[in-house]
Design a protein around this ligand. Sequence first.
Ligand code: BV8
Length: 244
Amino acid sequence: MSGQASNIVILTGAGISAESGLGTFRDAGGIWSKFDPMKLATPEGYAADPDTVLDFYSARRANLLEARPNGAHLALAQLEQAWMQAARGQFLLVTQNIDDLHEQAGSASLLHMHGELLKTRCTACGHLFTDREPLAVPRVCPSCGQAGTLRPHVVWFGEMPLGMDQIYAALEQADLFVAVGTSGTVWPAAGFVQEARAAGAWTVELTLEPGEVSALFDERHYGPATEVLPDWVQRLTGAGPAHA
Ligand code: BV8
């Protein structure tokens, strides 16, 4: 089925960046096993203790500056180029990740639904800018000059994810939906497979182990993303059926 697909939507999660050295959230030893997401990834947590929240994101920002894309990120960038060159149809890569490894790998049709770690936003004037520096409460906004108003441009729990209209519009047109390296725990992203199925799309899960919505996928391949994703892309774009 997916061999004839024309409109493709891909959703990635923390698992695609695991082999680049960036932590996942819910695997053994994951980020949320060391840090409390309710204290560090909510507007309430930021309001209650901005220093601790900004230190948490500053540490992840510094870690990200050392990270490089892996073979899975590159495979998705190559798939996008092949799709565009063949004019096969629409291509949208939606990521839950706040790293910039998809950009580094060359992906262009990319939507960060949970924001971007290398961007900072001013809560006073809304100024949004690329920022590789540590975040700290005394830093002043380069636009309005106020201090204590800068936060990471990431979507916290309880906040509206970004680009939802564009995502749902793409899912309605999708013939193929592929989820890579996500546990299917966080909503509304976890519900995208249901939207794709309702649109009649073939759905594929590529991850290390079954997630919370795995039963909803037509096709599943388990293993490290740097192995299962290039293999699946080759079968989709090269010789041979895209699914066994
Ligand atoms: C919202 C940014 C209102 C910050 C993050 C029902 C409907 C709507 C909302 C909810 C709902 N039920 C509950 C909610 C509330 C909440 C939610 O989902 N809670 C969960 C925990 C129950 N959702 C929200 O608050 C969202 N906002 O709902 O607004 C609304 C309602 C409807 C419609 C619109 C709006 C906002 C959620 C965003 C929170 N921000 N991150 C930061 O990063 O610090 S969440 C965080 O989790 C990351 O973004 C992460 O990407 C994301 C999802 O996790 P995964 O990417 O899946 O990572 P995880 O560790 O869980 O899994 C890793 C996977 O990789 C595993 O499967 C593993 O097997 C695999 N893996 C590991 N190694 C490899 C690998 N795979 C391949 N290769 C490997 N080597």
